[in-house]
Design a protein around this ligand. Sequence first.
Ligand code: IMP
Ligand code: MG
Length: 428
Amino acid sequence: MSSVVVVGTQWGDEGKGKITDFLAEKADVVVRFQGGNNAGHTIVFDNKKFALHLIPSGIFRKDAINILGNGMVINPKALIEELDMLKKGGINEFNLAISDRAHVVLPYHSTLDQLFEDLKEGDKKVGTTNKGIGPAYTDKAARIGIRVCDFVDLEVFKDKLTDNLNYYNKIFKLFGKQSIDIDKVYSEYKDYSLRIREYVTDTSILLNDQFDNNKNVLFEGAQGSLLCLDHGTYPYVTSSSPTASSVPLNTGISPKLIDEILGVTKAYSTRVGSGYFATEVENGVTKRIREVGNEFGTTTGRPRRIGWIDTVVLRHSKRISGLTALSVMLLDVLTGIETLKICTSYELDGNIIDYIPASIKEVNRCKPVYIELPGWKEDITKTANFSDLPLNAQGYLNKITELTGLDLAIFSVGPDRTQTIVLKELYK
Ligand code: IMP
Ligand code: MG
């Protein structure tokens, strides 16, 4: 038995979907443990492209069990759409389990998401995906959330839906928003409830059974460590924790069951939404990175902000999750750039620091300190080994591992499954 957690080390979109899909080949179980359909993974194989938002990347392997854990917030409509999309793409045989303790995202959550964003001014806006994720987690903490076990019991669902909409419609009225019709939502969502019912179970029991039977388990993080509600760049964060520490709580297993924790980083940095991003640059080079790397949000289509790789961020992520290895993605996107920069520390009010300050005021005064490395021009998209890489590309990767103190387990030189080079076996 062994287990691997895949964690985004930046602001999401590091290529975790591709890595998870790749690692799922040897996994018996693939588990999503937090977030909802704010996430977006694009997976490419056999000339087919699939965008996943809720369903774990193991869904393409018909022998793998795919679990949506209790820490998730699940939009049933989006889930059904995703299942239909898979069926249309010829994916008919799969094994899916949804936690009866996960929370459900309903239409009023997206209305609230939009409303709260609209009420904030200028740079106070978080730039959420507007999928209702924050308000669904707010309901969970406020103890008025509707869990999957409630959702599949139509009597309980109707009861809780009525309570919540009676309450939220008053708020909508105050802000001049249209109220949401309880019967309309119920009659639409009743169908979704009936359709997902067959997948609903106590996934903590299911998962622990898999561990008891010595299975390989893969935990698929969504978003990135810097979007963590606790350790990210608050308040410009999501409402859950994408770190490895959140896995036990959000899936119902012992922390002792985690073996390897793989941090995934891009060879550069990106961010969608607002907030601190020390190494952000907008010039010809980063414009090119956006185009070559197709840096537009999978979920919202927004152009992503681009910058150099930041090893302060990577070390922060290593510390809060206990990363055991690193995977560097999209190395090919940097081909042709003459000089590459790597951020090694920040300068804050004349002092060199090696951490991300908690205070937004301070963090916004941080200036990146860079080293420069020569780039490479050779096409690397057909690389099969580390030693096939041009020396400057090897030097670039070596510098990142040196500055993070992490072993390079994987690097990726293109979108296809075959363009993934593994240097360290993660399953025992
Ligand atoms: P929310 O998760 O929709 O509440 O959005 C909060 C912040 O997290 C916003 O800046 C989003 O752009 C960002 N975010 C949420 N999910 C993802 C993701 O999967 N990739 C990248 N950014 C994300
Ligand atoms: Mg994404």
